[in-house]
Design a protein around this ligand. Sequence first.
Ligand code: NAI
Length: 249
Amino acid sequence: MTERLDGKIALVTGGAAGIGLATVKRFLAEGATVVFTDINVKAGEKAAADLDTPKAIFMPQDVSQEADWEKVVKATLDKFGTIDILFNNAGIFRLINLPEITEKQWDQLMNINVKGVFFGMKHVIPIMAAKKSGSVINTSSIAGLAGSPQATLYGASKGAVRLMTKDAAIEYAPAQVRVNSVHPGLIETEMADYASDVYEAPKTDLGKMHPLGRLGKASEVAATVAFLASDDASFITGAEIPVDGGVTA
Ligand code: NAI
């Protein structure tokens, strides 16, 4: 049986852990060849060794650096000739009381969560537009849909990702490039441990905030991303898809 992503070349950022790594695995299972990048080179190389397939290639990258994007895109084109799917997933999570947010923290988070996504779209969408096909998925958050305590900085970044997604979707719809965002609730990765520490609440209690009564799994976000990447979502662009157990319903 042919798989949904057979023959597709995918690029996944922040692919060494969490939602990114789960999506690398899902894309591979659906037949894609996957270049995955991360600033954590040790974790990325370990993930590549564990995956142990020539269809998964790790490249070091800091998404906030445009020169790194140029390198990764060129290396991917040299090796595979094109990019069909871009999952702009790398991001960092900080919960800080508004008056305590420093300019340095603001710039660091915005550079990764917002500028990183912008660079990804800037360098990859033209490749897709030139062949009139491609799918971009950007990771926003429930924090990009609604407010929450200590989230002024993180929420600003994820709100920006939500709108950048829609703007790019409209701009590139005539070129048949689809651009969508996913909005995870609290997902069982290191970020859930961090939220549990900051809110001084056990993860089971944080899970209960979600109407489905639990935290989400990275694989559940990956399944949604694979759908958006595939031709099953061929008439979906500019959409914001919550993967949040009903928390924003
Ligand atoms: P994670 O911390 O498990 O994985 C994030 C990966 O991104 C790490 O491997 C990290 O090294 C990498 N990374 C960080 N900065 C980078 C940079 N400058 N360049 C390249 N790679 C970088 O986190 P998780 O949970 O998998 O998060 C993935 C995305 O999902 C993020 O954008 C996050 O904001 C978003 N998200 C996560 C939620 C959660 O509850 N886990 C909820 C909503 C959104």
